[in-house]
Design a protein around this ligand. Sequence first.
Ligand SMILES: [Zn+2]
Length: 474
Amino acid sequence: MFPDAPMMVLPEQRLRARVHELVPELWQTLGDLVRHRSVNATPDPPLAVTAETIAGMFQDAGITSAHVETITHADKTSAPLVLADQVAHGGLTTVLLYAHYDVQPADESKWTKTKPFVPAEFVDENHDPRLYGRGAADDKSGIVMHLGAIKALRGNLGQLPINIKLVFEGEEETGGSVLESYLAAHPDDPRFHADIIIVADTGNVRVGAPTLTQTLRGIVMADVVVETLAAKVHSGMYGGPVPDAFMALVQMLAALQDRKTGDVAVEGLNTFDHPWPTVSEAAYRSQAGVLPSTSLIGSGTIEKLLYGKPSVNVVGLSGLPLVSGASNVLCPKAKARVSMRLAPNQNPEEAYEALRAHLAAAAPWGLKPTITQVGEGAGFVSGEGEHQVEIENALREAYGAAMVAKAGQGGSIPLVNAFRQANPKSDVVLWGCEEPRANIHGADESVSQSELEHMTLAEALLLQSVMSPIPIQK
Ligand SMILES: [Zn+2]
């Protein structure tokens, strides 16, 4: 029971004003979090300190169940997680808020605006303040958005008429978190169940353009090894009759793409269609840093190639000396790591089998390469769940913009798929403050204050739209 029994639903203008009033405080909180050098491998202070700091912020905002714990799976213990299970009433909508507090390492020599862990504000040409610092966008902005939405809604209320779970992790940037493998193995763990799961770790297609990320590509990786000799031999004395392991490997790798078009040549892979916003060639070229002399490859629009079709790359090679140390010696063994991005609706196991068969068939001269799978992650297609209308309306209202872009991402977020499998009927919302100018993972990472404000409001509007309209009788 709420003693002061206020009106539960705030008019949009009131909520907008509350979020606006909170912005200086949220901005300060974000700056304080950026000062935590929460790189998973080399944190300073220890990750547990950052996690406790964040748990404390949510406790102060009324999420009294916020606490830090670790989970163990397959003999590995996770980085400290901030979890909460704030049950107002069993029958109410449950929303799970996800973000990660670990950040990418930063090469300080490349930063021009400030040092990576010293937050600094600069105002852009549209008079929008931007906070610079590693993690300002990816993904401490996600934590601050969640905090701001709760604070704006809570106001003077003791308890919100909604159930809130928090899941903030500290090893998202490590490429395979314990949380992800745990959740994939324990989809029935109720700590990770909710009606709506909000993953605040993506962003708009540009500042001011409300965007829902609706598709993610999947990934498989394989190591390919070709062996032809017991040991290194002189290429003059023995070269000729014996196949060169590296030359054989190169032929296999070359067979992965069509020689003319550059399309992936592996048979039987899915492609996927979706109304993604158009990506212009000029924008793509400049963001990726494609050299003027390089022509683009692949059949289809850039957005289809990036979000809806497979792509294949060699991401590692070993077996040969560096050119600077090269001599006339035949290498006995050559190894490559192949990484293949997958259409959002592709089964990764089937894709791996197609890749393996294609590579094996491409081995020349009767060689039998060893091919092993070294990783996989499923893609993601957001369902049209029960709350899709509320989700889109919240974004549209927050920005006062008519269109909500339905975007894709070429990368993979395997945890999203684990959430989906644990919650097959729920809405999984992918949004956040990481628009392209944020330059996440790069130098001079930054976040826009207007994006933080709009996205906090969007989340507050969404939470309010799924709250019980009447106070809880306990
Ligand atoms: Zn992230």
